[in-house]
Write a protein that binds this ligand. Structure first.
Ligand code: RB5
Length: 145
């Protein structure tokens, strides 16, 4: 499985740790930056993660900023992306089981590294439940604006 990962400066160190963990487990990881703790703006990194997933270049995406919120809003601008912000193992499980999230978002200023690793493990190993949950995500796709 190929995983695209992106972050802003607030999450650079956590992004590097998650990337190393995934590579150590045999995942192919595509890193779209950022590449230091120098201040950057999160929208382009969320967009880059979302585009890689929506285009099929990557199977799944992980996007991390200070809270996970800004970068998730950016990722969710890309049609076909379902980016969910999670805070613990329970929400990481639910965002796959119920929302079929193809991008996992969290905050480096919110969770510690052990929690981040556990959330990533859970999201990667959880199956989408389909059925009424598929109907609901299709309803999201069909919303007009
Ligand atoms: C950066 O200071 C911070 O605003 C950003 O990482 C993120 O939390 C935005 O949602």
């Amino acid at each position: 499985m190929k995983i695209v990962i992106g972050c802003d400066h607030a999450a650079y160190e956590l992004k590097e740790a998650v990337k190393a963990k995934l590579e150590g487990e045999g995942y192919e990881v595509m890193d779209v930056g950022c590449h230091s703790t120098e201040s950057v703006d999160y929208p382009k990194y969320g967009h880059a993660v979302g585009k890689a997933v929506a285009s099929g270049e990557a199977d799944r995406g992980i996007a991390i900023c200070g809270t996970g919120i800004g970068i998730s809003i950016a990722a969710n601008k890309v049609p076909g992306v379902r980016a969910g912000v999670v805070h613990n193992v329970m929400t990481a499980e639910m965002t796959k089981a119920h929302n079929d999230a193809n991008v996992l978002c969290f905050g480096a200023r919110v969770v510690d590294q052990d929690t981040a690793f556990a959330m990533v493990d859970t999201w990667l190993s959880t199956e989408f439940m389909g059925d009424k949950h598929l109907r609901r995500i299709n309803e999201i796709e069909d919303l007009d604006f």
